[in-house]
Design a protein around this ligand. Structure first.
Ligand SMILES: [Fe+2]
Length: 289
């Protein structure tokens, strides 16, 4: 049987080499354990037990291992300004031998190749079409679990910090871009190329929920309530956060998320009409951050 406790100890021993007082390090440790738990829950909902279930959990534990060295070397989690943390982590594990510090007994056959691929792909906007079905399932579980916890991470960042200044200071040029709204109506993630304003970025966090693959992931996301907090119209004091237009856009996004979660994409929309703009396809190499 796979020894999860030994895996946790190996993870703790590795991350102890990075400054545990650094909030960025702490954030990734908490995120890691939550994603591992979510992977287990999603895998369980698909009927997995034993070795495959352990592997799903293990992938959660390993998926962001590149983050620690990324922050030590570059002081940032911004991949575009440093390294692709998924590729970096997979390289550390499977090309530089870091995986040797973790237990392996009890994992299903072929786990190293599958794990390396799933970790490399965990932050990509889409999965390659030719991925073998078994690897795909594990990659999808990991990506869903990661997204579900990212809603929490983002929702817990104070709005001012997230946007760089107070929401009330957003200028007219920082309005919503029509293509972003087209992605909302198309129930798609927002490609980076179409995000121009800070409000676009704000909306695009919520849009990640459209691409959750499994019912269980949607159930957990709804149940945790972080999406609602992320897309709130009012602050803790009941004061509206956004101007009229942005509030309207958030309302539309929440409505579309509800329709997507209920699987009712084809039912009639209640109020607003989709814009004429189109949600363009993402560039091949684009990542989710
Ligand atoms: Fe990641």
């Amino acid at each position: 049987m796979f020894d999860r406790e030994a895996a946790v100890n190996a993870f703790r021993a590795y991350t102890a080499g990075y400054d545990p007082e650094n909030p960025m390090i702490r954030l990734k440790i908490v995120h890691t354990f939550r994603v591992a738990g979510l992977c287990g829950r999603i895998a369980g909902s698909l009927g997995m037990t034993g070795a495959p279930l352990d592997l799903a959990w293990f992938l959660g534990l390993l998926h962001d291992i590149g983050r620690f060295e990324q922050v030590r070397r570059y002081g940032t989690f911004f991949d575009a300004k440093s390294v692709d943390h998924a590729e970096f982590g997979a390289d550390l594990l499977f090309r530089e031998g870091l995986i040797g510090r973790f237990p392996a007994e009890g994992l299903p056959e072929g786990w190293p190749e599958l794990s390396e691929t799933a970790i490399r792909l965990h932050n990509k906007l889409t999965l390659p079409e030719d991925l073998d079905p078994k690897t795909r399932v594990f990659a999808e579980i990991l990506r869903d679990a990661d997204k579900v916890d990212i809603f929490r991470v983002v929702a817990e960042i104070p709005l001012e910090e997230r946007l760089g200044k107070s929401a009330a200071d957003l200028t007219a040029e920082e309005d919503l871009t029509p293509e972003v709204m087209a992605c909302v109506y198309g129930h798609r993630c927002v490609p980076r190329a179409v995000r121009r304003t800070r409000f676009d970025n704000h909306i695009s966090h919520g849009c990640m929920a459209f691409e959750l693959v499994f019912d269980e992931s949607r159930r957990i996301a709804a149940e945790q309530g972080f999406l609602d907090r992320l897309l709130a119209e009012k602050d803790e004091n009941g004061k509206p956060i956004w101007n009229g237009k942005e509030t309207e856009a958030l309302r539309t996004l929440r409505q579309e998320l509800r329709r997507s979660f209920e699987g009712s994409k084809d039912t009639e929309r209640k109020d607003s009409e989709p814009p004429a703009a189109e949600c363009p396809a993402a560039e091949k190499k684009e990542n989710n951050e």
